[in-house]
Design a protein around this ligand. Structure first.
Ligand code: COA
Length: 571
C-alpha cells in the first residue's frame, strides 16, 4: 500500500512506524503537521495515499482530509481513554496495565471508531518518555500493523465507541498544579510517581535553593537519609538527591523556569551543572560503587556485573546524550571491565536509548561551546577506540532502544551488535551539520561497504533493527520486552561465552585488528575525521552551532525536512 504518515514531529515513534511499514513492503511518505493545513493538503494531494496513519499528532487533521481518506490516529491509551495527557494521568495514578488504540479520525478528539488496540504492562520504574519509546511503541506498532492489515483486507468493520464510554474516558491536559510535589507530606512513592509522569516533558515545577526549576528524572534511594523533606542531601554523577518525608529520591536533570516571554534559554542540564554556584559546598558527592550490592536501590548511570565468563557494563544517560564527563566515567568503567577475567563483555543491555552521541545541551551551556564540543568528541573517540582495540575478549553492544550519530558508531565498534526489536538507528550526523567522528569512516564501511556507508550517512534516514541486520550493521534482533532485555542478553551472552569457537574468534579478531592497523592506523582515521569536525565546531560560517541551538531549544520545524518529504515519492 502507499501510506502517508502525518505527524507533529519526525519523532522516535514516527520513525519506527515508517521503518517497520517499509520493512513490510509498503511505500511510505511522511508529512509533518506543523499548523499549515494547506501544506498538509498539498502533501496528501501529492501522495494520493491509500491510507493516512498519524503515529504522533498533537493537532487535528482537517475535516476535508479525513472525510476523503481513512485517517488512523494512534492514541496512547486503551479504547475509551481520551485526552492529551493520557500517559501522564496513567503514570501518576499508578496503574499496572494500559494500552494503545488505533482510531479513525473524526471531528471529536479520540472519539472515532476503533480499528485495533494492543494492551501493555506498565513497568514499575520507567518514566513517561522511556515508557513511550518502549512498551507504548511496541503496543503501537502491534496495533498499527494490525489496523493496516485490516484496512488492506477491505472487509474489516471498525468498532464504534459508545457515547457513554466516550464521556467517561475524557481526561484533560495535566497542569503543573496537578503535578506539584508537596515535600511536607508526599511519601517517596508519590514523589516518584509525579516525577515519572512528567519525565522527560514537561518536568515538575518546583522550588530549590531560592529558584524555580522543572525537575526531570526520578530514582528511589534506599540508604541516604536526613535533612528536611525537599532538602538537598547529596550529589552523584551530576544528579541531586533530595530528602522526602520517608526516604529520598534522585533527580538527574533540571531546567530553569523562565518568566513568560523571557528570552533567556531554558533547556535541561545535569542537575549539578544547572545549579552551578547555587549548590551549597557542604552537600557531599556520594559516588555509587560500579558493582552495586544485590538488593540496593539507588541511582547509578553506570553499573558493572559479572556472571561466569560474561561481564556486563550497563549504562543509561538521559536522552542518550553523553557529555565529556560521562564519556570519561564510562571509559574508566570500561577499562575496569577489561581487567576482569571474562571472555565476553556486553555494553548496554538496558532499556531505552543506547547512546545519541555528544551532549548537545551541555555543549550549548558551556562558556566556550566549540572547545567543549572538541573535548566531548575526543572523550567519545577515546571510548570508541578502547572498544575497537579490545582484542582479548569478544565485545557485544546490546541496544535496548535507539541510537544515533556517534552513539551508533559506539555500538558498532563492538564485535557484535544486538538490537531489541523496535530499536531505531540513525547512523548519520548530517542533520546536526557535522562530518562526524567516532571512527565512523573505519567502522561503518567495514560492516556495510563504502557505498552503503555513504548512502546511510547522506540519506540521514532511520534504520530499523531488522534492516540493520540485513545491511550488516547488526548481528541479531532480540525479541524481548524492554523489561526482559537484561535477562535475554545475559542468556545469549552466556551461550556465546560457552561456544567452542570463541577462542578462535578472539584470535581472528586480534589478527584482523593488527592487519587493519597496518593498512591504515586508527589514529589516521581519527585525525582525518577531526580535521572536518574542527571546522564544523570552530568556523563561524559552519551551520552546526545554529542547528545545535535550535535542537536544544526545541525550535519547531517550519516544514517537513526535504529528505523526509521526498520519502515514498517516485524520483
Ligand atoms: N544531546 C543532548 N540531548 C539529546 C541528544 C544529544 N545528542 N540526543 C537526544 N537528546 C535529547 C532530546 O533533546 C530529547 O530531550 P527531551 O526528552 O527533553 O525532549 C531526548 O533526548 C529524546 O530525544 P528526541 O529527539 O525526542 O528523541 P527521538 O527518538 O524522537 O529522536 C534523535 C532521536 C537521536 C534522532 C534526535 O534526538 C537527534 O537527532 N539527536 C541528536 C543526535 C546527534 O546529532 N548527536 C550529536 C552528534 S554525535
Amino acid at each position: 500500500m502507499h501510506i502517508l504518515l502525518v505527524a507533529s514531529a519526525f519523532n522516535s515513534l514516527t520513525q519506527r512506524v515508517l521503518a517497520e511499514l517499509q520493512d513490510r513492503g509498503h511505500t511510505v511518505g511522511v508529512a509533518l503537521a506543523l499548523g499549515d493545513d494547506d501544506a498538509l493538503r498539498e502533501a496528501v494531494r501529492v501522495h494520493a495515499p491509500q491510507l493516512v496513519v498519524a503515529p504522533m499528532l498533537t493537532t487535528a487533521i482537517p475535516e476535508d482530509i479525513w472525510s476523503a481518506h481513512t485517517c488512523l490516529i494512534v492514541h496512547p491509551g486503551p479504547p475509551g481513554d481520551r485526552g492529551p495527557s493520557s500517559l501522564d494521568w496513567t503514570l501518576q495514578g499508578a496503574a499496572e496495565s494500559w494500552g494503545v488504540t488505533v482510531l479513525e479520525a473524526v471531528a471529536e478528539m479520540d472519539a472515532g471508531d476503533v480499528w485495533a488496540w494492543s494492551p501493555l504492562k506498565l513497568p514499575p520504574l520507567a518514566g513517561k518518555s522511556d515508557l513511550y519509546r518502549g512498551e507504548v511503541a511496541d503496543a503501537a506498532l502491534d496495533a498499527v500493523l494490525l489496523a493496516v492489515e485490516r484496512f488492506a483486507s477491505g472487509r474489516h468493520k471498525p468498532q464504534k465507541q459508545e457515547p457513554e464510554a466516550l464521556a467517561a474516558g475524557w481526561r484533560p491536559f495535566m497542569k503543573q498544579e496537578e503535578r506539584r510535589i508537596d515535600w511536607t507530606c508526599d511519601p517517596t512513592e508519590a514523589v516518584l510517581r509525579k516525577l515519572r509522569a512528567a519525565d522527560s516533558q514537561p518536568g515538575v515545577l518546583d522550588e530549590l535553593l531560592g529558584a524555580r526549576w522543572y525537575l526531570h528524572g526520578g530514582h528511589p534511594e534506599d540508604e541516604l537519609r536526613g535533612g528536611r523533606p525537599g532538602e538537598l542531601i547529596a550529589t552523584r554523577a551530576g544528579a541531586i538527591c533530595r530528602a522526602t518525608v520517608d526516604g529520598a529520591v534522585w533527580i538527574a536533570q533540571l531546567r530553569p523556569w523562565r518568566e513568560p516571554g523571557s528570552r533567556l534559554p531554558s533547556y535541561k542540564l545535569p542537575a549539578v551543572e544547572a545549579l552551578d554556584d547555587l549548590l551549597p559546598f557542604e552537600v557531599p558527592e556520594v559516588p555509587a560503587p560500579l558493582q552495586l550490592p544485590a538488593g540496593r536501590c539507588t541511582f547509578s548511570d553506570i553499573r558493572y556485573s559479572e556472571q561466569g565468563d560474561v561481564g556486563v557494563l550497563n549504562f543509561s544517560f538521559p536522552g542518550g546524550a553523553m557529555s565529556t564527563t560521562q564519556c570519561r566515567r564510562l571509559l574508566e568503567a570500561y577499562r575496569f571491565a577489561c581487567t576482569r577475567p571474562t571472555s565476553v563483555l556486553v555494553l548496554g543491555g538496558v532499556r531505552d536509548f543506547f547512546s545519541n552521541g555528544i551532549h548537545l545541551n551541555v555543549i550549548e551551556a558551556a562558556e566556550d561551546p566549540a572547545e567543549e564540543s572538541w573535548a566531548n568528541i575526543h572523550a567519545m573517540n577515546d571510548l570508541v577506540e578502547a572498544v575497537l582495540t579490545t582484542t582479548d575478549r569478544l565485545t557485544v553492544s546490546a541496544l535496548g532502544g535507539n541510537a544515533a550519530a556517534g552513539g551508533v558508531m559506539l555500538a558498532l565498534a563492538a564485535d557484535e551488535v544486538w538490537c531489541r526489536d523496535g530499536a531505531v538507528l540513525n547512523p548519520h550526523y548530517k542533520l546536526m551539520g557535522l562530518h562526524g567522528s567516532e571512527y565512523w569512516t573505519y567502522i561503518l564501511p567495514r560492516r556495510v561497504g563504502e557505498s552503503e556507508a555513504l548512502r546511510l550517512t547522506q540519506s540521514a534516514l532511520p534504520v530499523s533493527a531488522k534492516r540493520a541486520v540485513e545491511l550488516g550493521m547488526a548481528e541479531r534482533v532480540l525479541q524481548a520486552a524492554p523489561e526482559e532485555l537484561g535477562a535475554e542478553v545475559a542468556r545469549l551472552a552466556a551461550e556465546l561465552a560457552a561456544s567452542p569457537e570463541l577462542a578462535d574468534r578472539i584470535a581472528r579478531k586480534k589478527a584482523m585488528r593488527e592487519h587493519d592497523e597496518s593498512v591504515k592506523p586508527l589514529q589516521r582515521y581519527r585525525d582525518e575525521e577531526l580535521t572536518h569536525m574542527r571546522r564544523n565546531f570552530f568556523d563561524a560560517r559552519e551551520p552546526h552551532a545554529g542547528l545545535r541551538s535550535a535542537f536544544v531549544r526545541k525550535e519547531k520545524a517550519l516544514h517537513t525536512p526535504p529528505h523526509v518529504a521526498r520519502l515514498g515519492l517516485a524520483d
